[in-house]
Every structure is written in structure tokens, then in C-alpha cells.
Ligand binder design. Structure first.
Ligand code: HEM
Length: 410
């Protein structure tokens, strides 16, 4: 029996049950209440493609929503973690113009297509080395052994983080991420640990930047530290916030893009066979369909700057609006048979990288990593098989992430 939407879309249901398979609920929301007020979470959920597409470039929505963290914390804790709140407010994804335009211009100078293209041979070598090391003949977790270390190594090398310190960096940034993605009542549990992690990670970046100044190296960290446009540079706080955010944005997302793509291929043997038969023709389509089918970043959050009427619903100034990219990307009005995984789908204008001013900065890099990974898997381990059908997803609202992907390599 189906429940009233007010109950199905509540916070607990979202986080604990529905995230194992949110698509039936997404479909219901799209059909019955595409701009849905989720009372327990005190935010709007927008699920139709056309509404998400228009909303993401609508300037009446702001990206600056640090106050959602502020409001969710008790006042004494709020005062204690002010440095953390100041840091998070400088993350590019949470800024509006003119700050956003200035930050984006500076980061674009460092994150050039030439710099990304230069990474290709290195990513190919990393993929090959990881595949060489996969245990043969026994089940292994492809996420821990391949999907996770690949983007993590790429982003660490781009930022010039020494090998010996990478695990510590990742631990610390994950500590900050647990806070930034926690949402609602869980936020307070993570605030102090996240602040301690932030202080430590900034101290590490300060040291690395000082080393670059003493002896310059050609990496993203140096490029960010020296990028200059219209006579402006990133302030120290902005530089560290950019490093932390790029580090954070650069790996878990891509890990899940690769993992969900492999899972989809293994669950659709005919599609996998099609890819194996002609990888050059189908690999780009596979990347795009993987991104659409289980969009790794499931939402883009905004705040209404003014009263906005959407599909007859009135959004009040200051209210949070969650554009559910994962729901938009399965909208049958745009994608015929949206639940079918079809690597030949054209057109496939999914919203997995967002849209508008905040369109993903790392889209070219992520697509390249996914393409290289799928090509190599087909070439090197074509007999890959799922070792279990028992797949579970992390109970996080912002990221669609498998906990494990246990396979046999053959
Ligand atoms: C499959 C992998 C990825 C997916 C699905 C993804 C998805 C997204 C989405 C949906 C947004 C927009 C969020 C919004 O509008 O609020 C975004 C922004 C961003 N992404 Fe990605 N991303 C991926 C990989 C990467 C990588 C590899 C990097 C960097 C190395 C990166 C860096 C960023 C940055 C810096 C932003 C903020 C841009 C801005 O606010 O102007 N992403 N990403």
C-alpha cells in the first residue's frame, strides 16, 4: 500500500530506507508532487527535469546556504565551530556572484583543459597498475581496489600531496565531508571533529604551499596559489577552502561514477557485451549513461532569495530547495524508458554534473577517468562478474554510493 507523500518523503525514510532504492519514490514525487514540501526536513524537493534544469540557472535561487548549517546547530556549539562555518562558507559551491564569478575565473586558470589532457597517460598507467594488482580467482571489492584509489591518487597527484600523507589527508577531508553532507539533526554530531580536521588539513596545505613558494613545481596547488586575474588572487583562506573542496569534490564522486557504471554493466550483460564488441563506439555512451542512470551527486541545493512560485507551489524567501538530479535524470518526459540502462541512448543530456554557473569544474577530468577505467576493464578483465547480488548503498542523501562492489575477476 502506498503511503501519503508526507510520510514517504520524511527524513528517516529518505536516509535509512529509501536510499537503498530511491527511484520509486522519486518517480512518485515527479508524478504526483514535483515541487514537494518535505515538512520534517523543512525543504522543498524538486524532481522533474524541466524544473531542475530551469531552477539551476534561475538567479532567484542562491547557492549561499551556510545558514542551513548555522540554524541546525545549538547556539553554544555554533559559536565554538565558527572557524569551520567561515571555512565552509568559502567553498566555491556555496558562493554567489560576484564572489563565485571571481573564484571560478581564478580556478579556471589553474584547471585548464591542457592540464587535464596532460594527465591522460598517467591515469592510464594508474589504471593498469591497479588492474595488475587485483586478486585473481577470489572475490574482491572493486571499490576498495580500483574505483576508490584511482580518483584519490589522481587528485592527490594533481595537488602534489606526498604519498606518505595521502591517507591522513583523505581521513581529514572525509571528517569535514561528514559534517557538510550530514544535514538536519545529525549535523551537530560531526561539527567538532570536522573543525579539528579542518585545522589539521589547512596546516598541511599551508606547509605544501610554503614548499611550492620555496621551490616551484608544476602542479595544481602551485597554479591555484599563483593564479591571477584582473589583478586579483585567491586570499589564503580562499586558497585553502578551494584545495579542500577540490580534493573532496574530486574523488568520492568519480569513485561512484565508475562503481555504478561497472555495476550497471555487470547487471546488464547484453549491454556489457555490446561495449566489449566495440569499445571505441560505445565507451562515451557508457560513461554518459552511467552518470544518468545512477547520478553520483543526487542533488544540488539552493536557497530562495525571494518568493518564487513553481508549479503552483509558493516557495518563501530563505527556504531551501533541493533539485534532485538523480530524479531529474530518470524523468520519462526527457528520457524514454528512463529506468532502462541503455549505453546507446541519444540524446542523453543528463544533469549529473549540474547546470548553470556551478556546472561541475571537474566534468572533463571525471569523464576522462571514467572512460579510461571502462576501456581498461573491457580490455584487461572482460570476464569480470558480480560475486553477489546483495548490493547496499551508503545512507547519504547527497551522494549515491555503493558500500562495496564484490566481483570475481576470472
Ligand atoms: C563523476 C564525477 C562527478 C560528478 C557526478 C560531479 C558532480 C557535480 C555537480 C552536480 C556539481 C554542481 C553542484 C551544484 O550545482 O550545486 C559539481 C560541482 C563541482 N565539482 Fe564536480 N562532480 C564530479 C567530479 C568532480 C571532479 C573530479 C572535480 C575536481 C577535481 C570536481 C569539482 C567540482 C567543483 C570544484 C564544483 C563546484 C563548481 C562551482 O561551484 O562553480 N567534480 N560537481
Amino acid at each position: 500500500m502506498s503511503l501519503p507523500l508526507t510520510e514517504t518523503a520524511d527524513y528517516r525514510a529518505f536516509c535509512e530506507e529509501r536510499l537503498q532504492n530511491p527511484h520509486p519514490l522519486f518517480a512518485r514525487l515527479r508524478r504526483e508532487d514535483p515541487v514537494h514540501w518535505c515538512a520534517p526536513m523543512k525543504l522543498w524537493l524538486v524532481t522533474r527535469y524541466n524544473l531542475c534544469f530551469a531552477g539551476l540557472k534561475d538567479e532567484r535561487f542562491s547557492s549561499n546556504r551556510t545558514d542551513m548549517y548555522v540554524q541546525a546547530l545549538p547556539p553554544d556549539l555554533r559559536a565554538k565551530v565558527q572557524p569551520l562555518l567561515d571555512h565552509v562558507s568559502k567553498w566555491i559551491q556555496l558562493t554567489d556572484e560576484p564572489d563565485h564569478t571571481r573564484l571560478r575565473k581564478l580556478v579556471n586558470l589553474a584547471f585548464t583543459p591542457r592540464m587535464i589532457r596532460r594527465l591522460m597517460p598517467r591515469i592510464e598507467a594508474l589504471v593498469d597498475a591497479l588492474l595488475d594488482d587485483l586478486p585473481r580467482g577470489e572475490p574482491c571489492d572493486l571499490i576498495a581496489n580500483f574505483c576508490q584509489p584511482l580518483p584519490a591518487t589522481v587528485i592527490c597527484e594533481m595537488l602534489g600531496i606526498p604519498l606518505a600523507e595521502r591517507d591522513r589527508f583523505r581521513e581529514l577531508v572525509e571528517g569535514i565531508m561528514h559534517f557538510s553532507t550530514a544535514g538536519g539533526p545529525k549535523l551537530k554530531n560531526h561539527a567538532e571533529t570536522a573543525q579539528a580536521a579542518m585545522h589539521e588539513v589547512i596546516a598541511l596545505f599551508e606547509r605544501l604551499v610554503a614548499e611550492r613558494r620555496a621551490s616551484p613545481r608544476d602542479d595544481l596547488l602551485r597554479a591555484l596559489a599563483t593564479a591571477e586575474a584582473d589583478g586579483e588572487r585567491l586570499s589564503n583562506e580562499e586558497l585553502y577552502a578551494m584545495c579542500v573542496f577540490v580534493f573532496l569534490a574530486g574523488h568520492e564522486t568519480t569513485t561512484n561514477g565508475i562503481a555504478s557504471g561497472v555495476m550497471a554493466l555487470l547487471r546488464h550483460p547484453q549491454q556489457f557485451a555490446q561495449l566489449k564488441a566495440d569499445v571505441d563506439t560505445h565507451v562515451r555512451g557508457t560513461v554518459e549513461e552511467a552518470l544518468r542512470w545512477e547520478s553520483p551527486v543526487t542533488r544540488a541545493v539552493r536557497k530562495a532569495r525571494e518568493e518564487i512560485v513553481l508549479e503552483g507551489r509558493t516557495i518563501s524567501p530563505g527556504q531551501l530547495v533541493v533539485f534532485l538530479l538523480g530524479a531529474a535524470d530518470r524523468d520519462p518526459a526527457v528520457f524514454p524508458e528512463p529506468d532502462v540502462f541503455d549505453l546507446a541512448r541519444t540524446p542523453n543530456k543528463h544533469l549529473a554534473f549540474g547546470y548553470g554557473a556551478h556546472f561541475c569544474l571537474g566534468a572533463v577530468l571525471a569523464r576522462m577517468e571514467m572512460e579510461i577505467a571502462f576501456r581498461a576493464l573491457v580490455r584487461r578483465v572482460p570476464n569480470l562478474q558480480l560475486a553477489t547480488d546483495d548490493l547496499s548503498w551508503k545512507p547519504t542523501m547527497g551522494i549515491r554510493a555503493l558500500t562495496k562492489l564484490v566481483v570475481t575477476v576470472g
